[in-house]
Design a protein. Structure first.
Lengths: 410, 410
């Protein structure tokens, strides 16, 4: 396809393991593809670092969480070094940061989030609010808009301790204005906590410039770190020493190997670690992040917007007439790297797309098809073919024979 | 060596990656060796499950944490299925369980542990106690004994909410009597939380029979799961539904992929999960655990006791006369699978052992050399040669030229 021949980052796709007969994969926003270098790296870590050097490798492993954190920060988060660490699951990191934020705003009784926020974010905030007798206020934003600053403002006040939002909405792909929202949050005296799962590696992020307080995100989507790979967290430099990370573990302890009495956390971002870091997992994050750093986030974003715009053009021509509804902002500046289409039979259509049309997308309850455009691996021809096949599936109506009961998809 | 020729589990060592010229490794209690099958398994997970099947693999991955938990439970923990899950770091698991236990004993104000307990255990209990205005009572047990029930009893009472101890002491290797201690704990109305890091895979554990309430442990020592591999946790069946796991994440949620409003935890052990599990890490845990299950924990324990007894015999003959002090119980029934020797220059001796005598042991502040005997990989000749070389290092005195400042070892 002509668009692919002029793609300036077309060289990146062969760096991933993609079989010639592979299905069209539009779910890199759920689990990113395998960089070829990742298998090499994991083999090296397992056979050489673990297998041969054994416990002696800890001399270098011990800095891996902050080293890979800095790699990520510098290339993809718009953050100076010393503020990011790769550690634990996203949920655990959000918990640590939210708990620390609530401790830092005593006397304030409200946590604000988005009712459409990713479930784990809502659940953990609900748990923390319940344990502390606080209110979790879930704001209803219009479906396509994400957290609009003007709609958020009335919910912020002197009682607000923390505002926790997603940078890119996991369903609609709406992209929030972090700078404007952080300004509002700070005006109320609250702290901001951003979930970057659906933006990191796809959208340029400017944590320092937007004066973000706290952030966390996963590494298994656009960062291609592998299933359930360790997540990252960011804490603004000035806040680090004043925050109380709730899970006091030996990897957050100053002079860790003195095994001393009494917790005395490190004066750095490393204090937000808990137990022994998952070295094999972090090495895979390093491989995936390093590859994105070489491609460059600006080039990724440029191609991503072309891909999603192309998808929306095809939607307009082929799918709107069939009754599918666009559930992603049309304004490129307001969307991430995915496009959602709504249809009452989205679940069944998704099943047929995967099983009979060799298009892997995902279903998001109750009625959305989600197509992720991971710029390093997705070609324009993939988007074209996928929409063509989607049209055929919807027109053909064979999805009607599928059991409508949703099963587990991720 | 004759003892090796009659070793009934000598067949296991070739199943690990061990070079002919490898140093003598007596640190499997810190980081276990690499099973050959683990590289095969990780390659399969990365290239096939992740690389080729991509997000479709979640259909099987989603049960991996509880499946591997059950494998571990059945073969190594003396626990019926449905009570164990592989998830997060040990520190995070201990935090979840301790927090849940404290919530389950409202009005009780004291947490009891061992002043010699592993640092992360003490730190996280200190953090939880501080957050709740409770007292952390650290009991001083005699150096060699571990938590003696008769010395523990006076510290338990109607104010005790939780007692958290290690099954095997990380320095002395003293083995606690879980059954007797659980009985005392329950008599006081408190809950028990055991750290199994230094016993799992080396010592038979009987969580069900001893009526343990809660337990957690790592998988990177005797289970050979690799550096920082995901940990496990156990919650007694009857307690599961009544406990409030503090980190509410989407992998603990019933009907997870409905992405619904409001946290409604699963009715099973899976509610103790948080975020997306680390699949590559858990697959490595499965490989290591499966191998130990094939060898059999009784055979492992029998050889382990012969190894540590042999080491102590050599100590008596060669090292006691040089002033080293045995810091591990002589009674085999009261020790795990490691032996500690004390010497004022332990740090420097350890450095020379590693760098000049090709013996990898570890140093534990302030004055201990720790030798772990991982039965599947350690031969009697390894113990013999290591003690011979240790004698030579101590006699030769060349360690005196080493900088006495401890550096990081794990």
């Amino acid at each position: 396809m002509a668009l692919d021949t002029v793609d300036p980052i077309a060289w990146a796709r062969p760096l991933f393991q993609i079989d010639d007969d592979a299905p069209i994969y539009l779910d890199g926003n759920s689990l990113g593809m395998l960089p070829r270098r990742s298998l090499e790296r994991v083999t090296e870590v397992v056979t050489e670092e673990w297998g041969r050097r054994l416990v002696r490798s800890w001399g270098s492993w011990v800095d891996l969480p902050t080293d890979v954190g800095d790699l990520l920060a510098t290339h993809l988060l718009g953050a100076a070094p010393g503020q990011t660490v790769v550690s634990d699951a996203t949920t655990v990191n959000l918990y640590k940061l939210a708990s620390a934020a609530l401790d830092a705003r005593p006397g304030r009784s409200v946590v604000v989030s988005d009712r459409a926020n990713f479930p784990t974010d809502r659940y953990l905030l609900q748990g923390l609010a319940q344990a502390r007798g606080m209110e979790l206020r879930l704001v209803d934003f219009p479906d396509l808009g994400g957290p609009d600053p003007s709609l958020l403002r009335p919910h912020l006040g002197t009682e607000t301790a923390l505002v926790s939002l997603s940078h890119v909405d996991y369903r609609s792909g709406a992209l929030a204005d972090m700078g404007a929202i952080n300004e509002l949050i700070h005006a109320s005296g609250a702290l901001s906590l951003w979930d970057l799962c659906h933006s990191v590696g796809a959208v340029p992020i400017e944590l320092d410039r937007t004066e973000t307080d706290l952030a966390a995100g996963c590494t298994y989507k656009y960062l291609n770190g592998g299933p359930g790979s360790p997540a990252f967290l960011y804490v603004r430099q000035e806040l680090q020493r004043s925050l109380r990370q709730p899970i006091w573990g030996w990897f957050g302890q100053a002079d860790q190997f003195a095994m001393g009495q009494g917790y005395n956390p490190l004066p750095s971002i490393a204090r937000f670690q808990t137990g022994s870091p998952s070295i094999v997992g972090i090495a895979l994050v390093e491989a995936g992040t390093g590859l994105l750093a070489e491609i460059g986030i600006e080039a990724i974003r440029a191609k991503s917007l072309e891909l999603t715009s192309f998808l929306i053009d095809l939607y307009d021509s082929w799918l709107a007439p069939l009754g599918l509804e666009l559930a992603t902002p049309r304004d490129p500046a307001r969307r991430g790297s995915q496009v959602c289409l709504r249809h009452p039979d989205a679940y069944r259509i998704c099943r047929v797309l995967v099983s009979e049309a060799a298009v892997i997308a995902d279903f998001r309850a109750p009625d959305r098809l989600r197509f992720g455009c991971a710029a390093p691996t997705t070609r324009f021809v993939d988007v074209y073919d996928a929409m063509l096949r989607l049209r055929k599936v919807v027109q053909g109506g064979q999805y009607m024979s599928i059991d409508p009961e949703p099963e587990q998809v991720t």
